[in-house]
Design a protein around this ligand. Structure first.
Ligand code: GLN
Length: 541
């Protein structure tokens, strides 16, 4: 039977529960165990797909088309295991299931309640779709003490009772702040947070203390005493220079040893952390660097393009380069200042996006990159903007745009239903906005002798999608006459998946999100190739 590890957070949010869970999973994996990592989110949205990055950070998309929390991305990158729909649940998802059942009459005659109906549904989520995993690590979103976390904490308490304490372990991650004025580390917030958790019937077995400074023995003793946890199970986590150092740092603190000891597992092999050490070295020690300009709307928000930032780092790893990201707010970018803002940048990347705001800035940057032979990488919205730029400036369709911005244009990008009238199964509807995009893995067939077929070194690819609008193939021949090649199409030949520009060192737009599939140990070929092209540009080749 799988052993369950529950990870809760206390004191403040953003302590790195996701990375801690992912690191523990990686450590257990490197000891030869089969792991699975899941996230329970207490908010009321059915999934994060309808939230903007300011609210939630990136929306991570799985192979099977679930729009999930960005922590699922960390889990994938750290374990190499692809997440699925059954790895992320929200209060909204749970309630919508229950309410659907209630309307059908499944609870006829009964009162539907948080306990047991909501808690039972959470417990069902915890155990569903588990095969032969040795460990299931479940991260509970939010902070202990939040009203909305209560049903989740109650459910994991019950679940632990059901499977027994020898099969379940609670880890609580807290903050131990350092007060400069008195020069002290403070354990009281941790004590209070654990008190709160214990009042809900959960006694943590391991406490991970996030702190700016090393936590001395005396403070650890205090936490151990007041929180009723053996001193060896009070573990500290200090800031690391790259997230790929986190598993090494947790291993030094014996997190995996403590978990193994707790479950009384004997004779396990020592973890082999060589690959993590290698990658950390590569990230930290590369001598040369390359500057990439990312042009988007959410440039001030660290988590908005999480997978993208990581994929670019992976591209750097495969070229032994440090990648510096210059984030440029597309709303500030104008035809007049594009040269100045892109000065010193060796590659331009336009990530996924929604809505008109900032789009003209993106189009100006694409034109500049196209005309000045700067490597350009357009992802999803970025590819759509590249098509609009080319339609306006190469095909001279002055009012070319996307129907996403309204109908007052020539839509070179639009909804399939606008020009296929029911002929295709893939729909992009605007009636209901939640979960109705083209989501998850789709095949694309690459054109022979194209740059893209060289990059992938294969003919058929599968990539993850998350978009409603498509490039209209009506203009394909005209674009190709001008050198803009549709170098990958959907298998039925109706949906442009990749575009590239002839006579340009590296100009590629993709309708999907390759960043979701890039992993530190297997960098995505598109990112490796883009970073190489940017490096060539920097060196003036
Ligand atoms: N807004 C565009 C669409 O819905 C692009 C989405 C994206 O970049 N993920 O098609």
């Amino acid at each position: 039977m799988a052993r369950y590890v529950f990870v809760t957070g206390g004191v403040v949010s953003s302590l790195g529960k996701g990375l801690s869970s992912a690191s523990l999973a990686a450590l257990l994996q490197s000891r030869g165990f089969k792991v699975r990592v899941r996230k329970l989110d207490p908010y009321l949205n059915v999934d994060p797909g309808t939230m903007n990055p300011f609210q939630h950070g990136e929306v991570f998309v799985t192979d099977d088309g679930a729009e999930t929390d960005l922590d699922i991305g960390h889990y994938e990158r750290f374990t190499g295991i692809s997440g699925t729909k059954s790895d992320n649940i929200t209060t909204g998802g749970i309630y919508s299931d229950i309410i659907k059942k209630e309307r059908k009459g499944d609870y006829l005659g009964g009162t539907v309640q948080v306990v047991p109906h909501v808690t039972d549904r959470i417990k069902k989520f915890l155990s569903q779709d588990i095969k032969n995993e040795d460990f299931v690590i479940c991260e509970i979103g939010g902070t202990v003490g939040d009203i909305e976390s209560l049903p989740f904490l109650e459910a994991i308490r019950q679940f632990s009772n059901d499977i027994g304490k020898n099969n379940s372990l609670f880890i609580h991650l807290t903050l131990v702040p350092y007060l400069k004025a008195s020069g002290e580390l403070k354990t009281k917030p941790t004590q209070h947070s654990v008190k709160e958790l214990r009042s809900l019937g959960i006694q943590p077995d391991i406490i991970i203390c996030r702190s700016e400074k090393k936590i001395p023995k005396d403070e650890r003793k205090k936490i151990s005493l007041f929180c009723n946890v053996p001193i060896d199970n009070v573990i500290e986590t200090v800031d690391v220079k790259t997230i790929y150092e986190a598993p090494i740092s947790f291993h030094k603190e014996k997190l995996d040893d403590r978990v193994i000891t707790y479950f009384k597992i004997k004779n396990t092999k020592k973890p082999n952390l060589k690959k993590w050490k290698n990658i950390t070295n590569k990230v930290l020690s590369s001598k040369r660097d390359v500057n990439i300009g990312i042009i988007g709307k959410y440039v001030n928000l660290k988590d908005a393009y999480k997978s993208l930032d990581e994929a670019l780092i992976h591209g750097g790893i495969s070229n032994n380069l440090k990648v510096n990201l210059t984030r440029i707010d597309s709303e500030n970018l104008k035809v007049e200042n594009v040269k100045m803002l892109l000065n010193g940048v060796s590659g331009v990347l336009i990530p996924g996006g929604f809505g008109k705001r900032g789009s003209e800035g993106k189009i100006a940057a694409i034109k500049y990159a196209r005309l000045n032979n700067i490597p350009f990488f357009g992802i999803c919205f970025g590819m759509q903007m590249a098509i609009i730029e080319a339609a306006r400036n190469l095909l001279k369709i002055k009012n070319a745009s996307t129907s996403e911005f309204g109908n007052n244009c020539t839509p070179v990008v639009g909804l399939l239903e606008e020009w296929h009238k029911g002929k295709t199964k893939i729909k992009g509807s605007t009636k209901n906005l939640g979960g109705t995009m083209r989501l998850g893995l789709y095949d694309a067939i690459l054109k022979n002798n194209s740059l893209i077929s060289k990059i992938y070194a294969m003919k058929k690819i599968k990539e993850r999608h998350r978009h409603r609008y498509e490039v209209n193939i009506k203009y394909k021949d005209e674009f190709e006459k001008k050198g803009l090649i549709f170098s990958a199409m959907s298998p039925d030949g109706t949906l442009p998946e990749i575009i590239e520009l002839k006579n340009h060192p590296w100009f590629i737009g993709v309708q999907f999100h390759p960043e979701f599939k890039s992993r530190p140990f297997t960098p995505h070929p598109l990112f490796s190739s883009f970073i190489k092209a940017a490096e060539d540009k920097r060196r003036g080749n």
